[in-house]
Design a binder for this molecule. Structure first.
Ligand SMILES: Nc1ncnc2c1ncn2[C@@H]1O[C@H](COP(=O)(O)OP(=O)(O)OP(=O)(O)O)[C@@H](O)[C@H]1O
Length: 691
């Protein structure tokens, strides 16, 4: 066997088929390939091998586009490709994988392509990108301008308006259809919403900003033009897409426009793990993929699971087996020994936290590092009581998902400043920054921005503008900073440092906890240092914000051991030896928010499946019986009783080991409640005090 093929021997026959698909083809590129890969079946591994195999076989890495779900996944994939390719290419592998510059998310790659081709599509290449919150602010501005916020019956909120707009764009659906299907209570506003969206689109163009959806929409429009599609398509021999189940219609349109015959196209996905329908992702993309080509795409199915023990897999298969519609087969494994997963009933969330902390420490005693253990939950705030318990017991942890680092006011202030300097037409950013200066309110900010609009040298106009009354020395200091940053003389990331130094006194003035916030900014500065330019920093950070601060920053915890806390969405693609799933009760999984239509319920079922299939050896689902409700003061004690999640009906229950904890206390409680008569009625005594 040749050295080049040695790494192939580690793959099973199906994985190998996927990796070698088209390798023998003599023409440039090969036929389309769909890999349907179950959880833990080595999907990521297979895709990485395929990319490495292409490179080893002579493909030009600069002509490979690799689309993943997050930037983190792209970086991890590139690392794996290098390791695999090194077996055949030795030290040269690094050079080759460094040239894999088109690995990233759809949105990130889209932003680069649009900037590269801005001239051809009538776009100003200096555009900035609005995140969801900025987009909602701009929608709100348009809503006010059109007078809709003053209507007698309540017009949909800015967030709802944006969600409707986004769904129509991403699902390629007519407005009426979107409203009927997902927002029926807004149907009376169809005409107004249409006018609002028209105004929103015009505002974005005036401000030279694109929102997330535009990155796909402009890209799709661009490749709908045959000449541009051919030019772009000609730059890539291979396009590979991971997590295809979580792409939307617009994304699949882009792929098909780029590679109409499917040559060089590979997509990988698992319909059972589709968890982003709420963002208009559609599992139909996978199902319809093969038939879009003539001849149709080759299909390879990976159903051998390498991750979990048989009892864990049996329980996960049973949960997904209840799904209304399913296409992939049950997974199987050769790891036949192991305990069934635990279904642990506890009294409330506090006991849940205690139980989980106890087990985690026990596991550590028996040799399982904290890092090999994870606690997963449906929504970020579900981990609150556990976080308290972990801090109390000194158990270090890192939390992923829902940690809105970029939403913190001070982080947004800094980014708005940099964005404003990058693109002075970005009104949302300008409005925010100018109001940081003492004495500058909404109307003077608007006046200043108006003065900068439509002129050839916006920052010259800013310098010449009359200082706002009461702004004192702060005004010239700001103008100096803006001019210095705009000139780019200091270079990146030194500019960031200058911006931070300007901002710090304002931070101290505005926030009591300035020192904590300052630490965040220092961390952001470290992140900034990882990017070659201000533009790349702003683009990438807006598109794929860090999940947790430690996700991107200097990794101070790298050498230490810490437990992973994560939302299920953020746990996608990962695995741990031991996994605890919090709140396996109705109202949490399925979430109250997602328990409307039957398709939302099905998505919640798949979420539980994703959570369960993260575990290698050890899985616990927690069922707290009592919940304190959140809509009350911190000292309130109102609570509700919860039921085991409907995704584990009696027929599925046999796959679990059922326990109640703490055993003695529960029995004692139950006994007392049933047998003991009331000895003293304190409530009555209290009332008596006032009679
Ligand atoms: N051929 C193989 N032989 C042995 N182990 C393998 C093989 N392929 C994959 N694995 C192991 O199986 C585990 C799961 O692989 P990977 O993370 O690539 O799965 P995945 O399909 O991407 O999972 P998911 O879709 O659930 O996120 C990893 O620990 C990987 O090392």
């Amino acid at each position: 066997m040749s050295v080049a093929a040695a790494y192939l021997t580690k793959l099973n026959p199906e994985q190998r088929r996927a990796v070698e698909h088209g390798a023998a083809s003599t023409e440039a590129g090969c036929g389309p390939l769909l890999v349907i890969a179950g959880a833990g079946s080595g999907k990521t591994n297979t895709l990485a091998h395929r990319v490495a195999h292409l490179i080893v076989g002579g493909a030009d890495p600069r002509r490979i586009m690799l689309l993943t779900f997050s930037r983190r996944a792209a970086a991890e994939m590139t690392r794996r490709v290098e390791r695999i390719a090194a077996e055949a290419l030795g030290a040269k592998a690094g050079v080759m994988t460094d040239a894999l510059t088109w690995a990233g998310t759809f949105h990130g790659i889209g932003a680069r392509i649009l900037r590269d081709h801005a001239g051809e599509i009538g776009l100003d290449p200096g555009f900035t990108i609005h995140d969801r919150e900025d987009s909602a602010d701009l929608v709100n501005l348009c809503r006010h301008e059109l007078g809709f916020s003053k209507t007698e019956t309540r017009f949909p909120t800015k967030g709802t308006c944006l969600a409707i707009y986004s769904r129509a764009v991403n699902a390629e659906m007519a407005l009426e259809e979107v409203l009927r299907a997902a927002f029926p209570w807004c149907m009376a506003w169809t005409a107004e919403l249409r006018a609002l969206f028209a105004a929103y689109v015009e505002a974005k163009q005036r401000h030279n900003v694109l929102d997330y959806d535009d990155l796909l929409l402009y890209w799709a429009q661009m490749v709908a033009e045959p000449a541009l599609a051919a030019e772009l398509s000609g730059r890539f021999d291979h396009i590979l897409v991971d997590e295809y189940q979580d792409t939307n219609r617009l994304q699949s349109s882009i792929l098909i426009a780029l590679k109409p015959a499917g040559r060089g196209l590979t997509v990988v996905g698992d319909d059972a793990q589709s968890i982003y329908a709420f963002r208009a992702a559609t599992v139909r993309n996978i199902l319809d993929f093969p038939g879009q080509f003539d001849p149709p795409a080759e299909i390879v199915t990976l159903d051998r699971n390498y991750r979990s023990t048989q009892p864990i897999l049996a329980a996960a298969n049973a949960v997904i087996g209840e799904a209304a519609e399913r296409f992939t087969k049950n997974l199987w494994t050769e790891r036949t020994s192991g305990e069934p997963p635990g279904l642990v009933t506890v009294r409330d969330e506090i006991d849940q936290a205690r139980y989980v902390a106890d087990r985690i420490l026990e596991n550590r005693e028996t040799g399982t590092a904290l890092k090999a253990q994870a606690v997963l939950f449906r929504t970020s705030h579900h981990s609150g009581p556990l976080e308290v318990e972990l801090v109390r017991r000194n158990i270090p942890f890192v939390k992923f998902g829902g940690l809105k680092f970029l939403d913190a006011a001070h982080v947004k202030d800094m980014l708005a400043l940099l964005r404003f300097v990058q693109n002075p037409r970005d009104r949302v950013a300008g409005f925010r920054v100018l109001q940081l200066i003492p004495g500058v309110g909404g109307s003077s900010a608007a006046r200043l921005i108006d003065q900068m609009t439509g002129v050839r040298d916006p920052f010259g106009a800013l310098a010449e503008a009359a200082a706002p009354p009461r702004s004192g020395d702060d005004w010239p200091a700001f103008v100096d900073l803006a001019l210095a940053l705009r000139s780019g003389r200091a270079g990146w990331p030194a500019e960031f440092g200058a911006a931070r130094l300007w901002y710090e006194p304002h931070l101290e003035r505005m926030h009591e906890d300035a020192s904590v916030r300052r630490a965040d900014l220092l961390q952001l500065e470290q992140i900034a240092g990882g990017y070659p330019s201000r533009e790349r920093f702003l683009t990438e950070l807006t598109l794929d914000p860090p999940d947790a601060t430690s996700d991107q920053a200097g990794m101070p915890l790298l050498d230490e051991d810490y437990l992973i806390l994560s939302t299920i969405h953020s746990a996608k693609g990962q695995e741990w030896k031991s996994v605890f799933v919090l709140n396996a009760v109705d109202g949490c999984i399925p979430s109250d928010l997602g328990a409307g239509t039957s398709s939302e319920i099905e998505e919640e079922r798949r979420l539980l499946y994703v959570a369960m299939t993260r575990a290698k050896d050890d899985l616990h689902l927690m069922v707290p019986q009592r919940f304190f409700t959140h809509q009350q003061s911190s000292t309130g004690d109102r609570h509700v009783y919860a039921q085991r999640t409907r995704f584990i009906p009696p027929s599925v229950l046999k796959n679990f080991q059922l326990t109640t904890w703490p055993i003695a206390a529960q029995q004692a409680n139950a006994g007392r409640a049933a047998a003991q008569p009331v000895k003293v009625d304190i409530a009555q005594r209290m009332r008596g005090m006032w009679r």
